[in-house]
Design a binder for this molecule. Sequence first.
Ligand code: UT7
Length: 323
Amino acid sequence: MIRSVVRGFGAALPKRVLTNKELEGMVETSDDWIVQRTGIHKRYIAGEGETTSSLGEAAARAALDRAGLTPDDIDLIVCATSTPDNTFPATAVNIQNRLGIHHGAAFDVQAVCTGFIYAVTTADAYIRGGLAKRALVIGAETFSRILDWNDRTTCVLFGDGAGAIVLEAAEGAGSNDDRGVLTAKLRSDGAHKDKLYVDGGPSTTGTVGHLRMEGREVFKHAVGMITDVIDDAFAATGTTADDLDWLVPHQANRRIIDASAKKLGIPAEKVVVTVDQHGNTSAASIPLALSVAAADGRIKQGDLVMLEAMGGGFTWGSVLLRW
Ligand code: UT7
C-alpha cells in the first residue's frame, strides 16, 4: 500500500524575540505569572516585511534542502494557517509562487491550532489516493497581527513562526513497521465557538478582528479531547503508549502538555516541549517542534511519533506516524 513518508523538515522564526520581561512593560503581567501558568519564557514576533507566506516559504525551503529536493519536485502544497496574508488567494498559493512553482495544486486548511494535523491528514489522503506524489505540508502563522495587545489574558500566550515537512509517496507493507503516516483522527464541534474565536471576518464585520479566548474554559476541555483522539489512534493501530518513541503535542501550555502525557502514561522524557521558546504558534507549533527535535537528533528514522492538537472551533486531532 502507498504510505506518506516524511522526507524532510524545516522551520523559520521571525527575527524579533519578545520576552516576558518586555511584556511586563506593556500590560499588567509578570514573568512569574506567565512561566508558572503557561511555561512560556519568550516568543518571536514578525516585523516589517515578515508575513505568514515569507515564514512559510523559509520553512518550506529548509524542508526541501533537508530532503535533497527542489521546488520542481513538489506537486502539492497544503498550508495550515488562521492568519493568511490576504483573505484570498490562499497563503499556500503565495508560498507556491515564492518558491517559483507553477504546476500542481496549492491550498490552505483552516483548523486553527489543529491546522497542521488537518493538513497532514489531507496531504496523506491525496498521496494515498494517487492525487499527489510529493507534498509540502506547512504550518505558518503571524498570530501577533490578530492579538489585542491590551488584553493580558491572550497577548502573552501567542507567537509567530512556521514549520514544514515534505511528505512523499512510498510503497509500504501495510503494517505498523512501515515508515509514514499510519493513522489520523480528526474531530470538530462548533458548539464551542465562543470559547476561542476571532471577533471579525470578511462576511461579518468586514474587518480582520482580534483573538478572544476564555482560557479557563478551553483548558477544561483540552486534556480530555487530546487524550481521546490519541487513544483512538492507538486503538486503530493496535499500539499503546509503550510503543511510542515521541509525543509531539501542540504547544499551547506546558500544564496541558504535562497533564495529557501523564493521563496517557507517556513519560516526560518522551515528550517534545518547545512552548517555553516559541509560545503558542497555533498551526505552526507542531512542525516547529518536530523540526527542533529532528534537527537535534532526538527524533530518528524509524521512531514512532504521535502528533496531537486541540484549538479553536473546537477542533482536535491526532496523527500517528513512523518517522
Ligand atoms: O492553542 C489553542 C488552545 N488554547 C489553549 O489551550 C489555552 C488554554 N488555556 C490556558 O492555557 C490557561 O487557561 C491560561 C494560560 C490562558 C490561563 O491560565 P489559568 O490558570 O486558567 O488562569 P485563569 O484564566 O484562571 O486566571 C487566573 C488569574 C485571573 O485573576 P483572578 O480572576 O484569579 O483574580 C486572571 O485575571 O490570573 C489573571 N491573569 C493574569 N495575571 C497576570 C490572566 N492573565 C494574566 C496575565 N498576567 N497575563
